[in-house]
Structure formats: structure tokens, C-alpha cells
Design a protein around this ligand. Structure first.
Ligand SMILES: [Zn+2]
Length: 390
């Protein structure tokens, strides 16, 4: 198969400041993009586009990099809509929620779990998400965590071992014993299927010493570190993430000035998950404070059955702009190049020569419509690794 030129692009978001207008989004107008194999071969003004074997006319619409969703929990079974309804009706939120999902996930067959993950990944693709990170964390035994990751690995290379999501019910009276399991036999079973290790460092989940133990063991087994940090209250999660050189600290809702400085100085990406605050009626993280300090900010869905069952990156962009006062340009960058930084990838989240040809044709003249038209499906076409998939 030869090269394809996508011509007639009204606005091209490259997320490469060396291209286009020199901004972080690297915007080009009246642009063209050449795809060769699974890669971007060329991007620039349409008047200078090289010849190619096939032509797609974008008709003046905008083209953006595929979204990079760097935080999701897709391997689970069961339905938690009753929890959500109870919460929205003001009835007390059942803290047994995660346990309900753990019981259903353990009872599901590998085939059922695989079908569920495939359905979610397909749903994400239709909305323009071409790179997905997803975690284990609803098995909580060595066997169930490993099979969750094996299932996820069929659909994405960005798999994260989250045995340290909550203490397994069998270890309710022996959290130390559970950390020994997570850092020992469970890690050994999971590491072959995982790229990352994660820990829920929060009051009621794992404390600083336990989080250090989980992350250090994962790093020693060859995994990269990422952390669920400072979501429900102030705590040590961000400091532990920075101390251990994690790629990202996710949530970052309750931060001290020292936490913000540590993120900046350690170059740890702060991943904000505004779908969670939206779905739980909680205060949003302070994105402006992080951006003002020079911290790299990513946006991700946190798609999971408990606190946010939305896989929509356009919704995250709309919430980031409307509720967290990010500019449309900042939100666009954070949902693509920011997610790539959170996964330490330079081949996704941008549309420059050499990058993977993961891109979205929007039914809109500008990326701003992602925030301007919340709830409207704008992905008119999606290409993944150079192949049209939607
Ligand atoms: Zn999460």
C-alpha cells in the first residue's frame, strides 16, 4: 500500500511547536498530511504537499491527533448503576462498591472480561481515543490480577498492574500481609503482562510506606511507576510519586505548595480526571495553579464503574475548559500530547513526521468545538496506525 494524502484540512493540530504557528499546538491552516504505512510522513501547507498514491479530502474540517487516555480501569464485570443512582439521590454512598465489582470480576470468565474490554476500547475509538492505558485492580488475587492484565494486553500495550487498588477482602485484618502478596507472588504473576505499576495512595487505601514498597518492587521488576495521588484529601501520594520518579501522579485534587513544586522539579506529569469530579459532585482540581507553576498537565477519563463511567475524552476537554478554567488550547494539548507525556511516549499525541498516524477528523472547522459543543459526537473519522478504523 502506498502513501495517502489527507488534503483540504481547514485546521491541523500537530502538537509539535516546530510546525505551524509556533504555539504548543503547532497549528496549521489550509494544511495537508501524508500517511505512509503506520506513520505520518509529512505535514504542512497544502500548497506544498508531496504527491501520494491516494487522496482523502477533509473538506475544510479540522484534524487532530488521536486522544491519549492515560488513565482508565476497563477490566471489570458487573453493573454499578444502582450505586450511582443512590449517590445522585443523596442516599449514602455504599463504600462496598469496589468489593461488589471485585466479586463480579472474579466470577467472570476470561472471555467475558475480554469482551468487556474490547467493547470499551471500541467505544473509545469511536470517540477518537487511539491510545489507552488501562489497569487491573478488580481481581486482587495473583491469578485474577494476572488474567485481567493478560486480557488487557491483547488490546493495548499500556497496561498497569494495580493490585494495590484496595486491600483484598480476605486481608481486611492483615494489610501488611496483602502488601507482601502484592510485592511478591502477585507482582511476579503480573509483571509479564504489565508496563506500569500503580498504587492508590490515600487514607483508607495504602499509606506512604506501603506505596513506596509497592512501587519500588514494581520498578525492580522492570515496570514504570504511576500513582493515584491526593484525590480525596491531602496526603503523601504526590511526594512518593516524585521521590520514586513516577511518570505521572493522577488526580492531584488536594495539593500543598510543596506538592506543586515537587511535581514541577521532578518532571512528574499531573494527570487530571475531571470526569470523576463531575460524576461524584466533588470539587475539581486547580489546573490553573499547576499550569502557572509550569507543571505538565494531562487529561484522562479514569473510565471505571464506580467514580466515573465515561470513556469520553471530549467530555474531559469540555469539563477542563468549563469547570477548571483551562483554555481550549491547553485542554486539547493535555488530552493528546499531555497524555503521551504521562505514558512517556513520543510516537503518539502529535502529528509530525515519524509519529504514528493516529488521527481524528472532526466534524468541525476547529478543535475548539470539542469544548464549545459538549456532548456532541464530533469524530467524523478516526485513523489508527495509518488505517481508517471509524
Ligand atoms: Zn483511577
Amino acid at each position: 500500500m502506498g502513501a495517502t494524502v489527507i488534503d483540504g484540512i481547514g485546521q491541523l493540530v500537530t502538537c509539535d511547536p516546530r510546525l505551524g504557528d509556533g504555539s504548543a499546538l503547532g497549528l496549521l491552516h489550509d494544511a495537508a498530511l501524508v500517511v505512509d504505512g503506520d506513520r505520518v510522513a509529512w505535514a504542512g501547507p497544502r500548497s506544498e504537499a508531496p504527491a501520494a498514491d491516494a487522496l482523502v479530502n477533509a473538506g475544510g474540517r479540522a484534524v487532530i491527533p488521536g486522544f491519549v487516555d492515560s488513565h482508565s480501569h476497563l477490566v471489570f464485570a458487573g453493573d454499578r448503576s444502582a450505586d450511582f443512582a443512590a449517590r445522585m439521590e443523596g442516599r449514602p454512598y455504599s463504600t462496598g462498591g469496589i468489593r461488589t465489582t471485585v466479586a463480579a470480576t472474579r466470577a467472570a470468565t476470561d472471555e467475558q472480561l475480554a469482551a468487556q474490554v474490547a467493547r470499551h476500547v471500541e467505544e473509545m475509538l469511536r470517540q477518537g481515543t487511539t491510545t489507552v492505558e488501562t489497569k487491573s485492580g478488580y481481581g486482587l488475587t495473583a491469578h485474577d490480577e494476572a488474567r485481567a492484565l493478560a486480557v488487557a494486553r491483547q488490546l493495548t500495550p499500556e497496561t498497569t498492574f494495580l493490585g494495590a487498588h484496595v486491600v483484598a477482602p480476605e486481608y481486611a485484618d492483615d494489610p501488611g500481609g496483602y502488601v507482601d502478596l502484592v510485592t511478591g507472588p502477585m507482582l511476579e504473576a503480573c509483571a509479564p503482562y504489565a508496563r506500569w505499576v500503580d498504587v492508590f495512595c490515600e487514607r483508607g487505601a495504602f499509606d506512604a510506606d506501603q506505596a513506596r514498597a509497592v512501587l519500588s518492587a514494581g520498578v525492580a521488576a522492570g515496570l514504570g511507576a504511576r500513582v493515584h495521588a491526593n484525590q480525596l484529601g491531602p496526603g503523601p501520594g504526590v511526594q512518593v510519586a516524585c521521590e520514586l520518579g513516577a511518570a505521572a501522579a493522577d488526580h492531584c485534587t488536594f495539593l500543598s505548595d510543596e506538592d506543586v513544586a515537587a511535581l514541577r522539579d521532578a518532571g512528574v506529569v499531573a494527570t487530571l480526571l475531571p470526569g470523576v469530579e463531575f460524576s461524584t459532585r466533588s470539587p475539581y482540581p486547580d489546573a490553573r495553579r499547576l499550569l502557572a507553576a509550569g507543571v505538565t498537565v494531562a487529561l484522562a477519563s479514569d473510565c471505571n464503574p464506580g467514580s466515573c463511567y465515561s470513556s469520553s475524552m471530549p467530555l474531559c476537554i469540555a469539563l477542563a475548559v468549563r469547570e477548571m478554567h483551562m483554555s481550549p488550547a491547553e485542554a486539547m494539548w493535555s488530552a493528546t500530547a499531555g497524555g503521551a507525556a504521562a505514558l512517556r511516549r513520543d510516537d503518539v499525541g502529535r502529528l509530525a513526521p515519524g509519529a504514528l498516524a493516529d488521527l481524528v477528523l472532526l466534524e468541525a472547522p476547529s478543535y475548539v468545538h470539542l469544548a464549545y459543543r459538549p456532548g456532541v459526537p464530533l469524530a467524523a473519522g478516526v485513523w489508527q496506525r495509518g488505517r481508517p478504523v471509524v
